[in-house]
Design a protein around this ligand. Structure first.
Ligand SMILES: Cc1cc2nc3c(=O)[nH]c(=O)nc-3n(C[C@H](O)[C@H](O)[C@H](O)COP(=O)(O)OP(=O)(O)OC[C@H]3O[C@@H](n4cnc5c(N)ncnc54)[C@H](O)[C@@H]3O)c2cc1C
Length: 313
């Protein structure tokens, strides 16, 4: 019988995993071609070295202990996890423009410690720390309660917290902004529903340990997975753009595959070693958190998944 021909569009984590699964399960019954836009495997999870040897990340920088499927895929591809990934040893580091220092937050101690750790984070003045920890404990409690979280989709997370007693200026600290920058890579407002969903996932796992790559992700993870994929029989083609999707109902029945515009590996912008360079989000130097009620307070419409942020304050 003629093998089923499958075109996998994309060589990020999703495309690579899908292609591997197809071949592991389908064997000789499928023929898989993987195409992607870039020169390097990994999509937004790619990272590589520039000409000075520095690691340049497209996006993804961390893996979390509960990425069981990815770890299993790495194992099947012959990647020794401890060789590729380094544990953060239960610590995260966060730069606070307010005092120009890097602060360390411990996440050791199991599930409950995830909320409690905020009380030990010394990047906030004590009174704000207690306030922040109380609101975050409530957020974790609601996230983990099993109640439907959709009800919290009509408001952005900042407002949701302020309504529960968070002192408004605390939303300007990195440790607060981290909740959407690190989880969503999005600098503007995010619906409370999405943040609570994320807290629910992170706090119900027994393994929320963070891992960083010991080198560029493409070299340490995606290339070995790509090599495994080729051993299984796939063809991987870089710099191919798929366009002109033809739909029949919700089924794609045709596409055009042509040469992608050359993007090349991205080069890193020049990085200033000065700490001040990181303070762009603060309007004055030395930065001080604005007093409650005076903070510039903006809301980005359309980021709550209901399509409209009903910022209530
Ligand atoms: C700044 C940033 C930081 C992040 N940090 C983390 C992190 O620390 N930890 C974490 O777990 N996640 C992180 N993420 C999220 C993570 O990178 C994504 O969830 C993940 O890359 C999604 O994988 P994907 O395969 O679905 O898509 P992508 O990684 O986006 O891959 C898409 C693939 O499709 C290809 N493609 C797209 N369109 C076409 C087309 N028309 N024709 C041909 N090919 C096409 C692309 O070339 C690419 O290969 C981060 C994301 C960003 C942006």
């Amino acid at each position: 019988m003629k093998p089923l021909e499958v075109l996998v569009i994309g060589a990020g984590p999703a495309g690579l995993s899908a292609a591997v699964r197809l071949l592991e399960r389908g064997g000789a019954r499928v023929r898989v071609r993987v195409v992607h836009l870039q020169d390097v495997l990994g999509g937004k999870a790619a990272s590589w070295r520039d000409e000075h040897g520095a690691v340049v990340e497209h996006g993804w920088h961390m893996m979390v202990g509960f990425y069981e499927n990815l770890f299993a895929l790495m194992r099947r591809a012959g990647i020794e996890r401890s060789q590729a990934l380094a544990s953060m040893q239960g610590e995260s580091h966060c730069y606070e423009p307010a005092d120009g220092r890097i602060h360390t937050m411990s996440s050791a101690g199991g599930r409950l410690a995830v909320a409690e750790r905020f009380t030990r984070y010394d990047g906030l003045p004590f009174v704000d720390r207690a306030n922040f920890a109380r609101v975050m404990a409530e957020a974790f409690a609601i996230a983990g309660s099993g109640e439907p979280l959709r009800a919290h989709d009509d408001v952005c997370f900042d407002t949701w917290c302020v309504e529960r007693g968070l002192r408004r200026h605390v939303t300007r600290y990195s440790i607060f902004r981290f909740l959407r920058l690190a989880y969503f890579n999005f600098p503007e407002q995010i619906s409370a529903y999405h943040v609570l969903q994320t807290l629910a996932h992170t706090s119900t796992s027994d393994d929320a340990e963070l891992f960083a790559c010991r080198g560029p992700y493409t070299e340490m993870v995606w290339n070995p997975i790509g090599a495994y994929l080729e051993r299984l029989g796939a063809r991987i083609e870089p710099r191919v753009a798929v366009t002109d999707w033809v739909y029949e109902g919700d089924r794609i029945v045709g596409v055009r595959a042509g040469a992608a515009l050359p993007t090349g590996p991205l080069t890193a912008p020049p990085v200033s070693r000065s700490v001040r360079a990181c303070s762009a989000s603060w309007t004055r130097w030395p930065p001080r958190p604005p007093a409650c009620g005076t903070a510039a307070w903006t809301c980005w419409p359309g980021t709550a998944s209901a399509g409209r942020c009903t910022h209530r304050s």
